[in-house]
Design a protein around this ligand. Structure first.
Ligand code: HEM
Length: 86
């Protein structure tokens, strides 16, 4: 998946269900969890991933309200990506 498509996935994920469906039509269903199965994603990896996104949002000046909202959304999806207990 190239970076443009990766950007599009994030953009469309943030835009809600209708946009995710539009993405699915263009590129096939994202199947994000399945694509992460070759990699160990546990609590540590989830939390580090969310911390990196949060740091990036801080460095790029995302306003606090939006940052909190996005951190929650990122956490939920990152937790869904988890494929190990620990
Ligand atoms: C909101 C949660 C997440 C989103 C939206 C997300 C999204 C993506 C996307 C779009 C890709 C591109 C590759 C593909 O789809 O085949 C990818 C790859 C990857 N993600 Fe995630 N991801 C998330 C969480 C995580 C977490 C928690 C980890 C754990 C460290 C992780 C590790 C990886 C790895 C190792 C790759 C492969 C990178 C490569 O091929 O170089 N992701 N992710």
């Amino acid at each position: 998946m190239n970076s443009q498509t990766t950007f599009a996935s994030h953009f469309e994920w943030l835009g809600g269900e209708a946009r995710v469906l539009a993405l699915a039509e263009r590129c096939g269903h994202p199947r994000l969890r399945g694509r992460h199965l070759p990699f160990k994603v546990g609590v540590l990896e989830r939390d580090q991933w969310v911390a990196c996104m949060d740091q990036a949002m801080g460095e790029t000046g995302v306003p606090d309200d939006l940052r909190r909202q996005l951190r929650d959304s990122f956490f939920k999806t990152a937790d869904f990506m988890r494929n190990q207990e620990g």
